[in-house]
Design a protein around this ligand. Structure first.
Ligand SMILES: [Zn+2]
Length: 460
C-alpha cells in the first residue's frame, strides 16, 4: 500500500497574517507599476487600463488563492472513499489547471485510484466543487446564465468580453447543458410549498414546437408535406396573479408574479399508471410551489387544446377554465382564411367576428360558422372548437367576475422562455439539450436559480 507522504498536515500560510498582507500589497504594487507607473493622466488609455487592470488584479488574487490551496496538503491520506462505494488508494499529488473567475488556476491535489472500478478521484476537487470538469463553480454559474440567454457562440464571446474568461462555444454548450440537467433534477426533487401570493391565481398552459434533429422525430407524425415531424412540442405552465388594475379597471398581471416550468414531455398517462404523466407532475410541482391549490379562486387559461382541459378536469377540480382570448382570436383568423383566403374580405370578416367574440363570447361566431360549415373540413373543425369551448369563452361573464381573460401572459411566457432562445435560425436541438436549456431559463425566470446554488453549496 502506498504510504502517505510526510508533511501531510494542513500547513497553509494562515499563521503569518502580517507577512501575508505585505505580500499581497507588494504584488498589487508591482502590477500597478507595470501598468501605469508614473504616467500622467493625459497619457493613459483608460479603457485599456481598466481591462488590463482587471486581469492583473484577478491574476494576483488567483496566484494567492492557488498558493494557499496548494500549501494545504490535508487531502493526502492513505485512502479515500470512491463514488462506487469501494476504497480508493493514494497514488500521488497531481496538478490540474481549472478555469476560474480569477483566470486559469493550477492546483495540486492528492490523487487516488480505485482498483474496484478502475477510476481515479481527487477528494479536494469534490470539496471545492471542482469535480464537474475543468470549470470552477463560479464560472459554471456564469456559463449557465450566459448560455441561457443567447447562443453558445455568443455566450462564449460575452464571457470573454465581460469576465475575461476563455471558454469555447463547445465547452459552453457542454457545461450549460450539464448544469441545466442538474437544475432539472433539483427542480423535480425539491418542492417547497409556498402561500398563495393573491386571492386569485392563474395557471396558463400552452405548447409550442421546437426544431429538433431528425433522430429525435423518428416514427413521429408531423406537419411536413411527407407526414414527417421536424419539431417536438415543448409544454409550458405559467403561474401569475393579476390583482393590479389598468386605467380601465381591467385586471393586469402583477409585476414579478410570474413563474414558469416547461419541458418536452408527455402529458399522456397510461391507464395502468397511478402516477401522473411527466408533464402533469411538473405542472403540479409548480402549482404547489405557488400555493395554487390554497388560493381562494383558481383559474386555468389555455388555448383550447384538449389535453389542457383533460388535465384541469382531473387534477384541478373547481378551477375556472378560460380559453385565452388571444388564442381564440387566432382561431377566428384561421377560419376567416379558410373561408375567404388571404384578401381584404377575410380581414374584414375576421375583425367583425373577433369583436363579437370579445363582447359576446363564442355564440355569434358559432352562429356565423354554421352557415359556412359546407365550406370544408377546416371550417367544420373550427366550428367544433368554438362549440366545445363555448363556456370557456364567455368573456363578458368572466370579465364581470373581475377575471383576466387574456393578458398575453401565456403567449409571452412561451415566447420568452422557449421561442426567443430555442427557435432561432439554424438551430436543431436534441430533446435532452433543449430540456436542459429550458430548465435553466425557467429557473432564472422563476427566481429559482439562486436557490439551486445555495442548496448546492450546502451539500457537505
Ligand atoms: Zn471506485
Amino acid at each position: 500500500m502506498p504510504r502517505a507522504p510526510d508533511g501531510a498536515s494542513g500547513s497553509g500560510p494562515g499563521g503569518q497574517k502580517g507577512g501575508f498582507a505585505v505580500i499581497v500589497g507588494a504584488q498589487f504594487g508591482d502590477e500597478f507599476e507595470r501598468l501605469i507607473g508614473a504616467a500622467a493622466a493625459n497619457g493613459i488609455d483608460f479603457e485599456a487600463l481598466e481591462r488590463a487592470g482587471r486581469d492583473a488584479a484577478l491574476g494576483v488574487m488567483g496566484r494567492l488563492v492557488a498558493a494557499h490551496l496548494n500549501a494545504d496538503r490535508g487531502d493526502t491520506r492513505a485512502t479515500a472513499a470512491c463514488d462506487c462505494g469501494a476504497t480508493a488508494h493514494y497514488v500521488d499529488r497531481r496538478e490540474k489547471t481549472f478555469t476560474t473567475a480569477f483566470g486559469p488556476l493550477t492546483l495540486e491535489r492528492a490523487w487516488y485510484h480505485c482498483a474496484a472500478c478502475g477510476h481515479g478521484c481527487s477528494p479536494r476537487d469534490r470539496e471545492l466543487a471542482l469535480d464537474d470538469g475543468s470549470l470552477s463553480p463560479a464560472v459554471r454559474r456564469m456559463v449557465g446564465k450566459a448560455a441561457a440567454e443567447t447562443s453558445f457562440g455568443n455566450a462564449s464571446d460575452l464571457l470573454r468580453e465581460l469576465a475575461g474568461l476563455d471558454v469555447g462555444a463547445k465547452q459552453v454548450e457542454r457545461h450549460a447543458e450539464a448544469l441545466g440537467r442538474d437544475i432539472a433534477r433539483d427542480e423535480a426533487a425539491v418542492v417547497e410549498s409556498g402561500p398563495p401570493a393573491a386571492d386569485t391565481l392563474y395557471a396558463g398552459l400552452d405548447g409550442t414546437g421546437v426544431p429538433v434533429r431528425p433522430s429525435e422525430t423518428v416514427g413521429r407524425v408531423g406537419k411536413q408535406a411527407d407526414g414527417a415531424a421536424k419539431t417536438r412540442e415543448v409544454k409550458l405552465v405559467t403561474v401569475w396573479s393579476a390583482e393590479d388594475r389598468d386605467r380601465h379597471g381591467m385586471p393586469r398581471r402583477d409585476a414579478d408574479s410570474t413563474s414558469c416550468n416547461a419541458a418536452i414531455e408527455s402529458i399522456a398517462s397510461r391507464d395502468t399508471d397511478h402516477a401522473p404523466a411527466p408533464f402533469a407532475a411538473r405542472v403540479l410541482r409548480e402549482l404547489e410551489r405557488r400555493g395554487f391549490g390554497r388560493a381562494a379562486r383558481r383559474v386555468v387559461l389555455g388555448d383550447g387544446a384538449a389535453w389542457i382541459w383533460n388535465f384541469a378536469d382531473e387534477h384541478l377540480p373547481g378551477a375556472i377554465q378560460i380559453v385565452d382570448l388571444f388564442h381564440a382570436k387566432e382561431h377566428v383568423f384561421e377560419v376567416a382564411k379558410a373561408i375567404y383566403g388571404d384578401g381584404d374580405l377575410a380581414a374584414q370578416w375576421g375583425k367583425a367576428r373577433r369583436d363579437e367574440l370579445d363582447r359576446h363570447g363564442a355564440q355569434p361566431v358559432i352562429a356565423a360558422l354554421q352557415s359556412y360549415a359546407h365550406r370544408g373540413d377546416e371550417v367544420r373543425r373550427q366550428l367544433e372548437y368554438f362549440t366545445a369551448n363555448r363556456k370557456r369563452m364567455d368573456y363578458p361573464a368572466l370579465r364581470a367576475q373581475g377575471l383576466c381573460v387574456t393578458t398575453g401572459v401565456v403567449e409571452g411566457a412561451c415566447r420568452s422562455v422557449v421561442c426567443n432562445r430555442l427557435k432561432r435560425g439554424g438551430m436543431h436541438w436534441t430533446v435532452d439539450g433543449a430540456n436542459a436549456i429550458i430548465a435553466l431559463r425557467c429557473a432564472i425566470r422563476s427566481n429559482r436559480f439562486d436557490d439551486y446554488w445555495e442548496r448546492r453549496a450546502a451539500i457537505p
